[in-house]
Design a protein around this ligand. Sequence first.
Ligand SMILES: [Zn+2]
Ligand SMILES: [Zn+2]
Length: 422
Amino acid sequence: METYATALLYATPFFLGLVLFEIGYGHFVKNQKHNVMDTVSSLSSGLTNVVKDSLGLGIILVSYPFLLEHLALTEIKATWLVWVIAFVVLDFAGYWNHRLSHHINFFWNQHVIHHSSEEFNLACALRQPVSNLLGYFALLLIPAALLGVPHEVIAVLAPIHLFAQFWYHTQHIGKMGWLEYVIVTPSQHRVHHAINAEYIDKNLGQILCIWDRMFGTFQEELDEVPPQYGVLKPAQTWNPIVINFQHIWRLIQDAWRTNNYWDKFRIWFMPTGWRPSDVKEKYPVQIIEDVYNFRKYKPDASNALKGYSIFQLIVTTAMMLFMFYNYSDIGFDGLLLFGAFVFCGVYGFTTLMDRAKYAVWIEVLRGLAGLLVIFMTNDWFGLHAYWSTGNYFVAFYFVITIFGGIYFTYFEKSYVAPKLVS
Ligand SMILES: [Zn+2]
Ligand SMILES: [Zn+2]
């Protein structure tokens, strides 16, 4: 986990730099594909995901080393060939895992966050789950285990394979000639994120697009069908933690409410979106029907609130980087508490962005909790050793958080119903 934290220490500024580059480029060519609140929400989602992953929270049902030990029929030497084989097997497994996530109710919950943005840009790539609490992916790596691909090879390739899926989340790159036949390109992935009937659940490949072509899920981007982004049941919130559990909450409610016992059991394994007929009738859920004329989520936001959200995002990111930097010194209990601060931070300021009245309680409470930690330890998780006055700045940040929460809830122009624009 410590190695992963170190990798993230470098990867985070790299990805953020590329997001800023795309924003600058969009501004320069007068074709901006970002809007402040959506991008802040996407990046906050990325923060929650990496914090959760760095803490190793979740239950691993099957691990790759375990499968390797019990299944390996042969042992491949770590030559260049093993890297190629491992990459292809990993990408094949990724395709099927992605397909599973799209098609089965239970698995869709952990992937919906990635599709929840109604924009499409590099920041969307960072909308990654915190609800993926069951580690079963190794099961899809059985072919690699049979061939005896060493664990180290998988451990090195897996994050590279994941990071290599970042670049194609952009609308600034058109079709890419012959590459369209080999790898997943921005054009193909725009189709993947679109909710148009022609496009939905297509192009599930991660790096190679050959799997989609082989298994019939390939769809080219068509000039006459401009992709419309989002999910059919809109998230209607900027809070990434809420988005992570919206779908499973609906499943729990449906399973509870239906009178049919068979439906209570099978709802989890049915195709995504399937609902028992009695609850479907009694508790209808809004689904986008006309993808060209739906209202995007856009609650009123003043420039002050936009600026304040960016400020909160920057401080939370800086805090998280410090957590990774000081990872081994903080200790596991400290890391859990630190992680909780990052989560409450994201929960608080994105709820404020939603203009929900209760946001003020989260902001005041987390502000007071932060001040309490500083007061009791006379430090902020070891920051004192690197920066003798750092505590005061962190304390000042928590004071701002308390006043920010109060100001945007009670003093700024009172909240009007979300102004939804298409
Ligand atoms: Zn997907
Ligand atoms: Zn994507």
